[in-house]
Design a protein around this ligand. Sequence first.
Ligand code: ADP
Ligand code: MG
Length: 228
Amino acid sequence: MISNKNVSKVYKMGELELDVIKNLNLEIRYGEFIAIVGPSGSGKSTVLNLLGCLDKPTRGQILIDETDVTKLDTTALANFRGENIGFIFQSFNLIPVLSVYENIEYPLIMIQNLPQAQRHERIMKLLKEVDMLDQKEKFPDQLSGGQRQRVAIARALVTNPKIVFADEPTANLDTKTSNQIITLMRNIQKEFNTTFIFATHDEKIVTAADRIITLVDGEIIDDKRVQS
Ligand code: ADP
Ligand code: MG
């Protein structure tokens, strides 16, 4: 479903060229729960941003289903991302002036032709799924870190994306809360066959993953499937 061929990313810093991702070749199937691990600066976030259509590679091809997303212009890419991809970040990235309900509703603005009743139904279902129904009128600064990340998970899932990218989603959470968040994502993966791709240092996520990809200096040095 996601297949990328010879993907490279070069950052130009004045005269200097930084090869951040070197010839990445990767096949990812629906429903996989993947941890991308590696030292800080190895390119994990860059890989997520490239596969998640937040950034474009310098060279190479990224196919998501049949679409070569590197060929899409900015508007088409934003639409594609809105319909197919969800993102979860380390620092939650909720919109402070919107309520919990409105934060989850926000990505649906991108999706045309979804009747109001169906929007409401989806948001309510996800509020239940992440156990935040009784907090739906609150604002992000009234929530704990774990609650904020649960809202962010609901927001990432409300468009029924095929793929969810999560960049260090538990880095700002304590162990107990991290475990709850990981269990929640695992359950969602099992229930909806959603693909999850993590960049992480968290052993708890690595243990839960069914595939572990190790990145060093922008290259895959290990890619293994494991029983989780
Ligand atoms: P990780 O997530 O594994 O810590 P990143 O993908 O954030 O790694 O970064 C990989 C490398 O790319 C690092 O050396 C970082 O400094 C560099 N880098 C990331 N973003 C930029 C940018 N916008 N401009 C220049 N260099 C960047
Ligand atoms: Mg990173």
